[in-house]
Design a protein around this ligand. Sequence first.
Ligand SMILES: *[C@@H]1O[C@H](CO)[C@@H](O)[C@H](O)[C@H]1NC(C)=O
Ligand SMILES: *[C@@H]1O[C@H](CO)[C@@H](O)[C@H](O)[C@H]1NC(C)=O
Ligand SMILES: *[C@@H]1O[C@H](CO)[C@@H](O)[C@H](O)[C@H]1NC(C)=O
Ligand SMILES: [Zn+2]
Length: 493
Amino acid sequence: MVDADEIAELCYERFKQLPRRGKPEAGREWTLLAAVVKIRRRASSGAVEKEVVSMGTGTKCIGRTSMSPRGDVLNDSHAEVIARRGCIRYLIHELRRAVSGGDSAVFCVADQQGKWRLQSGVSFLFFTSHTPCGDASIIPMTDAHDQAQPCPPVTSVKGHKGTEVGGKRKAEEHNQGEKTKLPCPVEQERGDPKQLNFSLSSKRVTLSQSHSTETAVETVSQASAQLEIKTKIPSDTAGLHLQAPDIHRTGAKCVPGGPADLLQAGAAYHSTGVLRVKPGRGEPTLSLSCSDKLARWAVLGFQGAMLSLYLQEALYFSTVVVGKCPYSKEVMQRALFTRCSRVSHLPAGFSLCPPVLLQSSLEFPFSQAQIKLRHQAGQGRISPCGAAISWCNVSEEPLDVTANGYKHGITKKALGTAKARSLLCKLELFHSFLSLVSATDPSALPDSLRKTELQTYWDYKQASQLYQQAWQQLRSQAFPLWPRSNRDLLLFH
Ligand SMILES: *[C@@H]1O[C@H](CO)[C@@H](O)[C@H](O)[C@H]1NC(C)=O
Ligand SMILES: *[C@@H]1O[C@H](CO)[C@@H](O)[C@H](O)[C@H]1NC(C)=O
Ligand SMILES: *[C@@H]1O[C@H](CO)[C@@H](O)[C@H](O)[C@H]1NC(C)=O
Ligand SMILES: [Zn+2]
């Protein structure tokens, strides 16, 4: 069993060691952090070594019209997605070492032709500083629960429908001394009564950042930014403190074609257990919520279709650790696993792998809540950091800092050129995979890469037949509404 606080500390410490570039501006900007941690248990000594192999920060997601058919843009820059893509870079790098007869810290030869597997004792853990967006963020606020949560005390008040206030908390007139129910991103404001004075005329207060510096195709959609609260006027007499059950909310919208959110008061606001897309401003994104992606990785593995060509078995996160923030283990279980727990007929190499779910009591120092706590007048408006940082343990260019899906700080003129591309974009990961294929002795290639001529990214993904079969099973049995990837966007090579 791993210690959640030890993992959180390891990740925060690793983040601290990263260079300044792309980090949040002190005192004003916040971000989200996620990481993949390699665990190695030594059978001989019983020692357990833990090492961050990939780390990501980021809060943004690019809408559909900015998506490129060249595969050269990162459309989803939520920290979880960045950390996972960096991990794929790392795994390709380790496989290159393995096929070149080098000394991989991760892989060893498996029994099938051209395939590899994890060395015994090696496993991977996923860390995120926050509850993933989407289904896992729809958390009931029960008394008992809120006591367990770092949330301020609450009196629910009923009767008003919400209107969103794009990010600026309206710290205005207090309503007849009512305490207002707040999700935890503002928990640190407990000690500061004025912060609890919400404008009840603005009814629903969305705790997202202000959008004024964003382009229309960006969205900020991260767990805590999406936790919305509805302030309600009591229909019963004030002072009774009757509390209707309420929930933390997610800004991720239900995938079209399935159950929609009821949008009713309290706990009846959201449908639960459904696929959601990251919220869009101006336009919706096509990216599934991080809860949905984590659920998918619990069945198909996190290695993706291409690496499945080289691996005898899918790679699963043994454990998911969440930093201090609103959290419910039951809800995480539902979002990340129960939805898929009845999937059957998975092909060889795939299995249902429920991760152990843990929460740390340590908060990420650059979380929205921490920044609000320490924010001082004159420091400028609090906002999410626009950049996404990827670091992974590879020998060349371990750091990749992006903004709006391209390399950070790139000039307009360079857009569309190789210089502007993130090393995590589909095209670069594909090229990195192709260099693994060319580094592999032809006699040591996996069967699926020997027989036919494969050209495009799409061709390679389709060649991963067992992965595609597993995906078919998962889709048909658990996620029929998961949007199909558009082939036309995947024909690059
Ligand atoms: C907030 O409400 C409390 C209680 O009604 C009041 O004493 C305080 O002055 C208010 N603060 C602000 C900034 O409005
Ligand atoms: C980008 O969008 C495409 C199309 O919706 C989707 O298939 C893909 O998974 C997205 N990429 C990421 C990194 O989310
Ligand atoms: C990167 O991995 C190597 C082993 O492959 C290890 O020796 C090194 O300490 C790692 N670096 C970091 C910063 O974790
Ligand atoms: Zn997310």
